[in-house]
Design a protein around this ligand. Structure first.
Ligand SMILES: [Zn+2]
Length: 493
């Protein structure tokens, strides 16, 4: 269904600082690129929040009926320790530290990244390209930028000429910085610097002999600059200009600013129509940081194995908690906040579970169609999930009143309410009903108890044909019965 034809979605564009009506370049299609992780350590909770925000955005576009191509990369080379183009490659450093191959580091943390995101019920992107898989494309873009005169070679490295670019374009327009101010606020170059100006950034870095991750290029053996991979992969899969580019707020400068410069220098076109930035997550009111210990990993929240929170929280509760804040707002995680979210989540799931059994009547005390449009209006206002959730709880209140027979609802309204709740809770917000899984195992335990009891009765009556049949049929289903001195237990293969 092409719901987007009836909905007027507006998104906050970081490039203009305004909410703008979303009009895709190709009708009915959305191209979205989000900067993925550098896979040299376990994924941080703050990064999870960013990817979850864009997962919700991806889901809403799909819900509206758009055909979405969502590209999220994996940075497996070229990301140096600091933004000034020096320091070691983050992946190579970890590999040296652990005495393993860089690709072992990449594999280990890519698996962690996927597992963690899957736990939080994130949908996989349409394409997940890697930097090392697109070296040729990156070299091609460097050649184009050199040809256009916006880059220069120095001692086997290639740098982007920011001063030259700024003469014909506007460097700093995304982050609201002026090149003059940047120049005034940076240190002078030292004699051994290869760059003409401190603002210049590397497109290609010469690999020193000890550097393990290296590729041949027209400028000698080296590796691509971090900013370049996103330009190469977004252009390759989404075209020279595409609809949405997303990422964490911290990537606005220099990363996204450099992406714009590279694309404009090579194609002459502005690469992105709408830039979307997700805000950060704090912990107990402070910035999360491994060095200060004010940090928690996703797995530690789920297992409860940490000193910061009083208990474990399910991934669905954590996701619900994240969705209760607007993606552009700072969100603070604390034990109290998670406890409150858990209560809210349980109330929501209880209401979802009672929808089917609601009795219907000849009139409705709840204007379902008006409520439904309010839900869409919230999402159409730059994906305002906290307002959407407030509307969902308004519905929960009515569901409970109908359950208590203090209000009534017609059959048609009930169907509308049910399908809208299901769409927003499960499909758009991606909140899983994990209490369902618990109910399933409760039901299974009950059935098994009954079967074990019947088998015991058959054995007591010396009806071995029946007792054996129960055991054999269960074995065929992959369920093993074990007779011990405390009775019979079962295990599932
Ligand atoms: Zn990027």
């Amino acid at each position: 269904m092409q719901l987007y034809k009836d909905q007027n979605l507006r998104v906050h564009n970081s490039l203009t600082g305004k909410k703008e009506v979303f009009q895709p370049i190709n009708e009915g299609h959305v191209g979205m690129y989000v900067c993925g992780p550098t896979v040299y350590s376990n994924v941080h909770l703050g990064n999870c929040r960013t990817f979850m925000s864009f997962d919700m955005i991806f889901r809403y576009f799909k819900h509206l009926g758009y055909k979405v191509r969502y590209v999220r990369n994996i940075t497996d080379a070229g990301h140096l320790e600091n933004d000034a183009d020096d320091g070691e490659d983050k992946i190579a450093k970890k590999a040296k530290l652990e005495q393993i191959e860089p690709m072992e580091v990449v594999q280990r943390y890519t698996v962690d990244f996927h597992n963690t995101l899957q736990q939080f019920n994130l949908l996989p992107p349409s394409i997940e390209p890697t930097a090392t898989g697109h070296i040729i494309e990156q070299i091609e873009i460097i050649k184009e930028i050199l040809e256009k005169g916006y880059a220069y070679e120095a001692n086997g490295s290639v740098y982007f000429d920011v001063i030259k670019f700024n003469k014909d374009h506007e460097y700093g327009k995304l982050s609201g910085r002026k090149l003059e101010d940047m120049i005034a606020n940076t240190r002078e170059l030292t004699a051994q610097d290869e760059k003409r100006n401190p603002q210049d950034f590397a497109l290609w870095k010469k690999a020193e002999p000890q550097h393990i991750m290296r590729w041949p290029s027209p400028w000698g053996d080296g590796f691509p600059g971090w900013h370049l991979e996103c330009t190469a992969m977004s252009t390759k899969y989404l075209g020279e200009t595409f609809d949405i580019h997303g990422g964490g707020m911290d990537l606005k400068f220099p990363h996204h600013e450099c992406e714009i410069a590279q694309a404009e220098a090579s194609t002459g076109k502005s690469p992105v129509k709408y830039w979307l930035h997700a805000n950060m997550l704090t912990l107990n009111g402070k910035k999360m940081s491994k060095s200060t210990g004010n940090n928690i990993y996703p797995s530690e929240i789920i297992s409860g194995d940490n000193t910061i929170l009083s208990k474990a929280y399910s991934p669905a509760v954590v996701r619900f908690f994240m969705m209760q804040a607007h993606y552009t707002s700072i969100l603070d995680l604390s034990d109290e906040a998670l406890q409150a979210s858990e209560k809210g989540y349980n109330r929501l799931m209880e209401a979802m579970g009672s929808l089917d059994a609601l009795k219907t009547g000849s009139k409705s005390d709840f204007d379902v169609l008006a409520w439904k449009q309010k839900c869409y209006d919230a999402m159409n206002d730059d994906f305002n999930t906290p307002i959407l959730i407030a509307h969902l709880f308004d519905a929960v209140k009515h569901i409970n009143l109908i359950k208590e027979e203090k209000e009534s609802i017609t059959e048609a309204d009930k169907a509308e309410l049910s399908s809208t709740m299901t769409a927003f809770v499960y499909e758009v917000l991606g909140i899983e009903n994990q209490s369902l899984a618990k109910d399933d195992s409760n039901a299974l335990n009950g059935v098994m108890e009954l079967l074990i009891q019947l088998r015991n009765e058959a054995r007591a009556n010396k009806d071995f044909a029946t007792s054996d049949k129960i055991r054999d049929e269960l074995t065929a289903l992959g369920i093993q019965l074990k007779d011990g001195k405390d009775g019979t237990t079962f295990s599932i293969n």
